[in-house]
Design a protein around this ligand. Structure first.
Ligand code: TYD
Length: 342
């Protein structure tokens, strides 16, 4: 196959490219990425010498740019990772979210239809379902998103459904759990806290830290998406999870242990997400397991290895945490609650 991967300069997308090359799935792999604040060319450095790899700097919602890459590279399959992904940023300013997360996939699907693409995989999230008190979300659960971020992802999922029903565009949706591993932008819980703890800075725990997330290693997540690309049924969605539910407190305990810091660095702050803070995510994953995929990494070891990766790869994240954009975001979002601990 000749594959277009959008958003691969980001976290999960870059690990997906690793999985594609290691499994020798594609004779050509073209990446299209807008290089927004969270996309990093140095994340793609490891593919530069591969002669099957190409990079295009463009936005996913740009019809001409996407169509040109698809034609020039004779693309047969598309996987869409391009997204604005952070809940907290969407609470600060929601304006970019619909553009990338809904209009972007609509544009890709239109190009896919016109250029007779064999399959599109749209990478989404369990957050489209909203929060669940007990039990698990299945792919048939209603979409009840609670933040501007998760609502924009749900809009993208619905756009996939509409393109499939209206034109028969062969699109499959994946909904992954909270993902952790190397190369994650240091704004999400694990890399944000790990990089701050390495620097002996205080970490802002929202409220009691009793929220529950289902965590999956990025490589398991990427392999799940690859399995859906190869075997997934158009018109369907597939949950990708690891049955691994943890409270935020539990995560923080391991992060403290692995960085050798003590609990005095944890500052409980009034929850900035307020009523939009989902209490629990949990997914049924039978459907993707029937395709032959199962997660392979053990959480606690994977998390400790991830922290060690951040300890050993300051050269990757330090330019980010020292950038003006990043400092401004952290000051805007946490300034009031962290104060002099910023
Ligand atoms: P996050 O990594 O942002 O992922 P998501 O919002 O997609 O679940 O947050 C994971 C959990 O960690 C969530 O319950 C919010 C909490 N959290 C904090 O307590 N402090 C923080 O600074 C961040 C970024 C998250």
């Amino acid at each position: 196959m000749r594959l277009l991967v959008t958003g691969a300069a980001g976290f999960i997308g870059s690990h997906f490219v690793d999985a594609v090359f290691e499994n020798e799935v594609a004779e050509r792999l073209a990446v299209l990425d807008a290089l927004t604040y969270s996309g990093n060319l140095s994340t793609l450095e490891r593919f530069r010498s591969n002669d099957r790899f190409r990079f295009y700097h463009a936005r996913v919602e740009d019809p001409a740019a996407v169509a040109n890459v698809v034609r020039d590279e004779h693309i047969t399959h598309i996987v869409n990772f391009a997204a604005e992904t952070h809940n907290d940023r969407s609470i600060l300013d929601s304006s970019a979210f619909l553009t990338t997360n809904a209009i972007g996939i609509d544009n890709l699907l239109t190009v896919a239809r016109r250029e007779s693409i064999a399959k599109v995989v749209h990478v989404s999230t369990d957050e489209v379902y909203g929060s669940i008190g007990s039990g698990r979300f299945t792919e048939k659960s209603p979409l009840e998103p609670n933040t501007p971020y998760s609502a924009s992802k749900a809009a993208g999922d619905l756009q996939c459904r509409a393109h499939f029903v209206t034109w028969g565009t062969p699109v499959v949706v994946t909904r992954g759990g909270n993902t952790y591993g190397p190369y994650q932008f240091p704004e999400k819980l694990i890399p944000f806290f790990a990089t701050r703890l390495i620097d002996a800075k205080k970490v802002p725990l929202y409220g009691e830290g009793s929220q529950v997330r289902e965590w999956i290693h990025v490589r398991d997540h990427a392999e799940g998406i690859l399995q859906v690309l190869l075997e997934g049924c158009p018109g369907e969605a597939y949950n990708i999870g690891d049955d691994n539910e943890r409270t935020n407190r539990d995560i923080v305990r391991i992060l403290l242990e692995e960085t050798g810091r003590d609990a005095s660095l944890v500052k409980q702050i009034p929850d900035p997400r307020g009523g939009a803070h989902d209490a629990r995510y949990s997914m049924e994953t039978l459907r993707i397991r029937k395709l032959g995929w199962s997660p392979k990494r053990v959480f606690e070891q994977g998390l400790r290895d991830t922290v060690r990766w951040y300890v050993q790869n300051e050269a990757w994240w330090r330019p980010i945490t020292e950038s003006e954009e990043y400092k401004e975001y952290v000051a805007n979002y946490y300034g009031r609650t962290l104060g002099s601990d910023l």
